[in-house]
Every structure is written in C-alpha cells, then in structure tokens.
Design a protein around this ligand. Structure first.
Ligand code: HEM
Length: 117
C-alpha cells in the first residue's frame, strides 16, 4: 500500500471516528452499528498511522520511534477508550467533553505536522 493510501485512510477513519463519538454523545438512539463503526474507525486510525510510520517516515520494523509518535499513541488511546466511556456515563458536560476531544485530536494533528520532539 502507498503512502497516499494510508494518509487518506488516516483522515477518513478520523472523520468516521470523531463523528461517531459525536453521535454517541448527543443522540439518544445511538445504535450498535454506530458503536461498531466508531470502534472499527478507531482501529483504522491506528493501522493507517502504522502504515504512515513505514511509508511516510520510512521507519522500519525494529527501529525506535520519535517521541511525538508516543504522544500521538497516548492521545489515540485516551480518545478510543475514554470517548465511548464518556458517551455512556456522562450526565452533564457533554458539550465540554466533545470540545476537549476535538482539542486533543487537533493536538495529535499538530504533533504530526510539526514533529516538535
Ligand atoms: C486521534 C488520533 C490521531 C489524530 C487526530 C491524527 C491526526 C493526523 C493528521 C491530521 C495527520 C496528517 C498530517 C499531514 O497530512 O501532514 C497525521 C499524520 C500522521 N499520523 Fe496521525 N493522528 C492520530 C493518531 C495517530 C497514531 C495512533 C499514529 C501512530 C500509530 C499516528 C501516526 C501518524 C504519522 C506517522 C503521520 C504522518 C506524518 C508525516 O507525514 O510526516 N497518528 N495524523
């Protein structure tokens, strides 16, 4: 697979994931299909991220990763685990939670573009 393929997959999966979280946070009738699609999208963000590590950054198997990738993985884990938990349990504060999710996603994009560390 090419770099372009993984890059579009990374973006596409992000759109599905963030929108899916929005649906679960803000609609009463979020269904199983939405939860499954959000979960698959989360996995595809990771898969495409790995593809980009290999194709865009040309980092091979066994070589160590720059720190910004570890930071992105942490953000990914926070959103993938925390997002659905918040959607299920949160009473008040859903709008604030959603904006925090978007700020974290924007931080992940910043890290990929600027590679600050
Ligand atoms: C919610 C989490 C994430 C968000 C919002 C996000 C966002 C982005 C965005 C917007 C880009 C495109 C930057 C560009 O086109 O110049 C990108 C690139 C990239 N992402 Fe992610 N990402 C996330 C998770 C991950 C994870 C988990 C990994 C690693 C496994 C990863 C690895 C990469 C890599 C290697 C690139 C390419 C950087 C380059 O081309 O120089 N991302 N990410």
């Amino acid at each position: 697979m090419s770099e372009n393929f993984y890059r579009v997959l990374h973006y596409g999966a992000l759109f599905f994931f963030l929108s899916g979280l929005g649906i679960s946070l803000f609609t009463e009738n979020t269904n199983k299909a939405n939860k499954i699609i959000t979960g698959i999208a989360s996995l595809l963000i990771l898969v495409a991220g790995m593809g980009l590590i290999a194709k865009a950054l040309e980092i091979g198997h066994g070589s160590s990763w720059p720190a910004w990738i570890h930071a992105k993985l942490t953000i990914w884990a926070l959103l993938s685990i925390g997002g659905p938990v918040l959607a299920k349990r949160l009473g008040k504060g859903r709008v604030a939670a959603f904006y925090v999710i978007l700020i974290l996603a924007t931080t992940a994009a910043y890290l990929a573009v600027n590679k600050p560390f």
